[in-house]
Design a protein around this ligand. Structure first.
Ligand SMILES: [Zn+2]
Length: 101
């Protein structure tokens, strides 16, 4: 194989070019799925615990996927907190209105 950066011939199994030090994207990386699909964010949103686990598992090996799953889980948690706050405010408002009458 040839270096993707400098074009010099390098051993097939080398991950880093011995001439220029550039990391090679070989066939192993072609199967490497770190596209950061929105699907992981949706999964994290509906199952925050799964999103959190995926985030912790992937944060080193698949940073993009980990970020999506983590963001999905975070949005889900924030949304549930906001809904709870709105619910409490409505409840307090209703009690307040009731006692005023
Ligand atoms: Zn090179």
């Amino acid at each position: 194989m040839y270096c993707r950066n400098c074009g010099k011939e390098i051993p097939n199994d080398s991950r880093i070019c011995p001439f220029c030090g550039k990391e090679q994207n070989n066939s192993v990386d072609a199967n490497y799925d770190d596209s950061g699909s929105v699907g992981w964010a949706i999964l994290g949103f509906f199952i925050p615990l799964a999103g959190l686990i995926l985030f912790l598992v992937w944060k080193d090996s698949k940073p993009n996927c980990a970020k999506k799953a983590g963001v999905g889980a975070l949005i889900s948690v924030l949304a549930s907190i906001i809904i709870s706050i709105v619910y409490v405010i409505c409840l307090v408002g209703m009690i307040g209105a009731g006692s005023a009458m």
